[in-house]
Design a protein around this ligand. Structure first.
Ligand SMILES: O=C(O)CCC(=O)C(=O)O
Length: 265
């Protein structure tokens, strides 16, 4: 059981964002068909096996496989990354503070049996200057397997207050995002969270996508991570999410900018 609010049956964006702002995290259950999830998992599998170990360290763990640059590895992942309901939540949360937003990072994470719980952390902390009342990003964590208490469902410190120090966090407020495969957990950039320990016998696979305000530097440099021709083959709304768009008339302009912000377009 999780105390995080879980919606089913096409919830209203307002209800989801209200729960997200109130609790720091919220789940929409079974937002996509299992077939889509299975296709993403199938596309990622060889990459997990070949290079998933490269990201192992004290923070990510040594029994966890990870992958970045997901749009370069799995074209089906765009169905999750640019899912219309995710875009609605991101619009509501981020557009009050920017003209457009983009992917911060896309990371696939497979936590293997025996992995310990990840250190709790706050994603917004890598931006050096906080702005009270402004979330720099939101995250959408897709369950590519069922997420259970035993297999390492993401831990979320509910009602995290951005001004609280990590030491002030109460372990009683840590909830696990238990959810069936195909569900998505949203949490705020200010929400303290981390991967859970895997005490089960099978791996737990998830895909976390962050969306950050358009005037911030992206966590993962998509122009250099996703091969140019792969990026070009995606539809415009996905290319824009990768960062192929300027923010207003002055930030990140380039020849071919889809809004015509380059001086000679
Ligand atoms: O795997 C998870 O459930 C969360 C991972 C996470 O928060 C991170 O790696 O930053």
């Amino acid at each position: 059981m999780t105390m995080l609010k879980s919606f089913t049956n096409e919830p209203q964006t307002d209800d989801v964002t209200a729960a997200l702002l109130n609790d720091g995290g919220v789940i929409i259950e079974r937002l996509v068909e299992e077939a889509v999830i299975d296709k993403v998992s199938e596309e990622l599998r060889p990459h997990f096996d070949e290079q998933g170990h490269r990201f192992q360290n004290d923070f990510n763990g040594y029994k966890t496989l990870r992958l970045g640059g997901i749009l370069g590895l799995s074209t089906t992942s765009a169905e999750l990354i640019a899912h219309p309901d995710v875009m609605n939540i991101a619009d509501a949360m981020l557009l009050p503070h920017c003209e457009n937003y983009r992917i911060g990072s896309c990371t696939a994470i497979e936590i293997h049996p025996g992995e310990k719980a990840q250190t709790l952390h706050r994603d917004d902390d890598f931006y050096p200057i906080p702005i009270p009342g402004v979330e720099f990003q939101i995250s959408a964590m897709w369950a590519l397997d069922d997420f259970t208490m035993e297999n390492g469902a993401t831990r979320v410190v509910t009602k995290t207050h951005p001004e609280n120090s990590m030491e002030e966090m109460n372990s009683a407020d840590v909830e696990q995002a238990v959810m069936p495969k195909g569900s998505v957990l949203f949490y705020l950039g200010s929400t303290v969270h981390g991967g859970g320990a895997n005490r089960s016998e099978a791996p737990r696979k998830g895909l976390i996508n962050t969306y950050s305000l358009g005037w911030l530097r992206q966590e993962e440099n998509h122009y250099l991570t996703i091969p140019r021709e792969v990026a070009a083959a995606y539809p415009e709304h996905v290319r824009r999410l990768m960062g192929y768009q300027s923010h207003g008339a002055y930030l990140g302009v380039y020849p071919g900018d889809p809004d015509g912000n380059w001086f000679d377009s």
